[in-house]
Design a protein around this ligand. Sequence first.
Ligand code: GDP
Length: 406
Amino acid sequence: MENMDIVFVGHVDHGKSTLIGRLLYDTNSLPKDKIEEVKKTCEALGKDMEFGFILDNLQEEREQGITIDTCQIFFKTPKRNYVIIDAPGHVEFIKNMITGASQAEAAILIIDANEGVKEQTKRHAYILGMLGLKQIIVLINKMDLADYKEERFNEVKQDIALFFEKLNLKPSYTIPVAAKYGENIAKESKKMVWYKGKTFLNCLDTFKVKKRNSDKALRFPIQDAYKIDDKRIFSGRIESGTIRQGDEITILPQNTKTKVKSVEKFLEKPTMAEAGESIGITTEDPLFIERGNIVCNGNLPMVTDRIKANVFWMSKKDFNINEIIILKLATQEVSAKIEKIEKKINSSTLEEIKEDIDMLRNNEVGTMIIKTLSPVVIDDFNYVPELGRFVFEKNMITCAGGIITE
Ligand code: GDP
């Protein structure tokens, strides 16, 4: 069955843990003894079943390393498995997302119906936009505290929609729920008959999983060029698409064209290869091709020397704009400098930083314009992430990760 990686975000106490516990429970994704254990704990405390405890319980075990199979928390619907990856409570969240260590395919933003949109709600929405997430569900939670009233739902929905608009974002769905009571989570709510949309799980199931990279246009970044006998072989890893003997190819950034003469693999001579494979090729024409060139076909990526990106600075050493730094993107390596930092935020508090706007400090994330000293080949991050993402290196040390936005 297919998997989808998702994240839950939202202001503290708006109901993330409760919702996750509820989802695990309603989708029968937990062992029976686990549920009994939590029920007993709640009874002992003289409380109703607290679904948030399910998550706490799992997380505690995870930290103590007791159960191995709860390393990743997941729940399943008849359609697919959902893997709950990091949450922004963790400092590592943005870093992992930007550097590609984890890649959410959808996000759920939770808002307490009573409290409405808070500062942290806005900051989390901002981060979702920054990470290029498009599949977003907004849940207006704790509708029971608002007497399940449609008016209150519409007020909060309107508020968040306006803020999303400023970020150039649009929620795929906005749903009134009560995580604690399971209203509109796995089952349609009888308390909110005025809501005509689908339940949360049904909405989630409409999202699309990442397209397989081999179905896209060819992107084959060259790692090495060498000569065996009288053959010149260009090798690397195919990041997307397929390559076949006889295919017309374009080599960027120099923009030369030729055909694939042969596909070469260790001790093999296949006629084709696809995304994920490390191979070599020879070409019909004796072109000059070197490390850092990108072999493409189909719709071509962009060649540019100026990019807009969101960059996460993760070095103890501060960095001033206009300092020269090495930008590494797939196998490309070019000198670059930051021309301008448009906005930066503190990655743990998510607060905007207004002072020292021309420098970057450890754990700051910024939107900036970068100028490369020679052209680079780039792609839309959402199309081929490997060509839409880069790292900065100084003295052979990686000091930042970035996602290209324009
Ligand atoms: P988190 O900080 O976002 O993970 O929030 P929690 O899941 O810990 O929830 C915070 C509090 O809100 C807990 O006491 C929950 O029981 C409560 N809560 C969560 N969902 C609901 C709901 O739908 N209705 C009501 N009345 N309370 C809820």
